[in-house]
Design a protein around this ligand. Structure first.
Ligand code: F3S
Length: 59
């Protein structure tokens, strides 16, 4: 299983990830947070982040 996490220092709050994969990422104020481990479009969202703030690890 892949676990995604948003680096709070790097995230600029563009919210693209939450739009592409709302089941995996949610906005918490002006930052995104990961709320689930895996999801349909999480990979695309991960790749789409303009500042590469989304990191993943195999768990
Ligand atoms: Fe932040 Fe990147 Fe999502 S900047 S809001 S983690 S697409």
């Amino acid at each position: 299983m892949i676990k995604y996490y948003v680096d709070q220092e790097e995230c600029i709050g563009c919210s693209l990830c939450a739009e592409l994969a709302p089941e995996v990422f949610k906005m918490d104020g002006d930052k995104a947070v990961g709320v689930a481990d895996d999801g349909n479009n999480a990979e695309e969202a991960c790749d789409s982040c303009p500042v590469n703030a989304i990191h993943k690890s195999e768990v």
